[in-house]
Every structure is written in structure tokens, then in C-alpha cells.
Design a protein around this ligand. Sequence first.
Ligand SMILES: Cc1ncc(COP(=O)(O)O)c(C=O)c1O
Length: 453
Amino acid sequence: MGSDSLQRLDIQHSLHPVTALAAHEKRGPTVIVSGRGARVTDADGHELLDGFSGLWCVNVGYEQPSLVEAARQQLETLPYATSFSHFGNAPAIELAAELARVTPENLQHVFFSLGGSDAVETALKIARYYHSARGEPQRLHFISLERGYHGSAFTGAGMTALPAFHAHFGLPLEFQHHIPSHDVYRHPAGPDPAAIVRAGLESFHAKVEELGAERVAAFIVEPIQGAGGILVPPPGWLPAIREACSQHGILFIADEVITGFGRTGPWFGCEHEGLQPDLMTLAKGLTSGYVPMGATMMSDEVYRTLVDRVPEGTVFGHGFTYGGHPVSAAVALAVLRLYREGLIDHVQQVAPHFQERLAELRVHPLVGDVRGLGLLGAVELVSDKESRTPFDPAAKVGARVHAAAYRGGLLCRLMGDTLGFAPPYVCEKGDLDRIVDLFTQALDDAAAEVERR
Ligand SMILES: Cc1ncc(COP(=O)(O)O)c(C=O)c1O
């Protein structure tokens, strides 16, 4: 089908996620038609270096024959099997064991879903089930961070703390609460890491006190806040809150949908500080985006409670038709093999170079902050570096940079006036240099446009 027909049909029939719908009716879709390695091509034949791995998921790049072969073989052998009511399939069983091996030691059990949002729903429901089974059914409340992102299913969207996910949906719900982010660049306590950790603990304790510790089920947090602007917590912040959760009997859920599987260097983001969460949510890098799949990992302690503390014969009333899908599981196993056989080592080798190159952008007149870890990075634009004053949103400076980058052959992620990077792990140093060089050009082009206004 030709490009014009696709444009017309899309406008007539499709709603696009996290997109201004009226604007989309006017501009139509940007159709991506093929991918190879770290590059994709759009319907106009324009080739782009994908600096964002699709939506921070195509970690292994777009051309991995072993994944195609794993999917093909599984489709031929058994394209579907349910996991309901004691049924199972070999790839899902092997994958569960493999995940128990690679995730932090205490996480030994997994519940499969279709993506990150339902992995989050699962974690939140398990937290309630756990407390209820232990005789504390009043623990119904959840706490997360401002600017956190935990998917867009109904409950997860309430834990997400970005305005577009709440307005018009009647969210957050009455049992969902948020405390301030650790955002180092704009923290009211200033940049001192110890002061930010202290402030985080104070707001956590204050929220718990306000709700009553005995009514709080869980705290959910991304090891690095992703969609909220790629915010890296100062050292000590996560362990301090984790410890506070343990003190109050509140479950600690690490949402590793972005940070899982080597994105920040180690296999999981919470390993930077040796954290052992009670529950962990996974998706994206699990199958590297080739097929949909999510997973919720849980500690032995949580699992044994679900098993042993309910009357015999009680059904765990939660599940998805496609949970533990054999094709997704077969692909995930092949992805994990690639990670194990060198891709995550490669991230650890090239990431310092990427971070150094990104940091050079600090001197650019439009740039206020550069931050990141591993192959994850962000550049925040400001109108005044000294006072850290944001641009007037009407000037759409971030969008101008994003558009200029696209024209120049680079895909990055627009998050207000913050631009995000999450390159595929197959990038060599030269590709990472190219990402920064193309982005620098985009900054220059946008700066010239802003000056002309
Ligand atoms: C931290 C986090 N949790 C959950 C999700 C939701 O995942 P999905 O879009 O696969 O439902 C995302 C998606 O970006 C995410 O970044």
C-alpha cells in the first residue's frame, strides 16, 4: 500500500497512544517500514539512527536472526498454549527458571503478562493479596513518585504521576499517593545527595504517617525514572527508602520495565546499590520488543504467602489469556542468550564513552542538564542556564530539536523540553558518537530557529 493511502487510513481509523489526537488528524503518522541493526527507515525512504531503541525496548537491534528463528520454530511447534488451570508450556517454564537465575537472588518466582502495564497491575494486585493472606486486608494504599511512570492500565496509570495520564480519567484513585521525585537538577533541597536522600525519607515517612503505616500495601519506583525525564536518584536514595519500607512492612516494588536487562550497565537497575526488591516488574528488554511480554518477579517470602496463607483450594484469581505465551517465551530465551553471550558486557564497555560524549553537550547554549547511566541518557533544555529557567512551553523548543534531529537522521525521545536517549546495545562507539554529533547539529538548528522567532 502506498504512503498516501496509509496516511489517509491511519487518520480515518487509528487512535495513537500518548499522542495529541487532534494534532494527529492534521499531521498523520510517521510510518516506519523497516529496521536493520541500529537503524530504521521511514515510508519516505529516510534512514534514521534509532537513538531510542523504538520505545526503549529494541535493545538487541532490529536484525537478529536467532530471534526470528526462535519465533518461527515455536510457531511451527506450538503457537499457543494456556497457562491457566495447571497447564504450561516448555519455553515459559524454562524462561521462568532463567529469570529466577538472572534477577536478584531473592526473586525466585514469576507471573507472566503481556507487557509492562499488566506486569505493574499484577505487582499491585499481588501486594494486596499478600497482605490480605497475612491477615492485613486493610493494607490497600500505594505510594509512588511524582513524575513516575508505571504504565497506562487503570491502576498503573494512577501510580504514574504525569498529568496527561490522570486528566479526564478520574485518576489517581483514592488509594493512590505520590511523593516528590529525587530530581537532582531541580530539587528544592539543592544538589547535595545527602540532603536529597534526607528529603526523600522525610516525605516518605510523612506520607506513611498521614495514611497510617498499617494501611499501606506497597511503594513502587523505577530505579531510574524514565518517562518522567530520565532522573537518576543520588546514591543512597533507593536503599534508604527500601529500608524504610521494610521497617513499616510495606512491600518495595522495583519497576524495571526500562532499566532491566542491562540498560543502565548491570543486568538490573537495582543492582547498582545491591537492592533486593520484594517484587520486580519487567517487559521491553525481556523480548527486546520483538514480541509482547511482561513479567512480575516476586520474592520467595511473597510467593510462599500466596501459596501457604490462603485456605486450601483457593484459586489465585488473576491471569491473562496470553500470559506465558510460548512464542514470546521462546523469543525471550533467545534474547537472554544474546545478553549473556556478550551484549550486556558490550553495554558496560561502551556506556562510559556515551556518557562522556553526552556530557559534552552541557556547554551548549540551550542545554541546562545532562544526566544518565549506562546506555540511558537525557538532555534538558533551558532558556537560562544560571537560573535553570525552563523555556516557555509555547515556544516548543524541545519539539523543534526533536524535529531537527529527525530531519538530520536521528530518532530520540521527546519528553517536554527533555530529550531522551536509549540506543540499541548493538551500537559501537562510532554509532554513539554519531548520535551525539547528529543531536548537536539538531541543537544548533533549533537554536537558530529560536533566535529567528
Ligand atoms: C517503568 C515503566 N513501567 C511500565 C511501563 C508500561 O509498559 P507497557 O507500555 O509495556 O505497558 C513502562 C513503559 O514505558 C515503563 O517505562
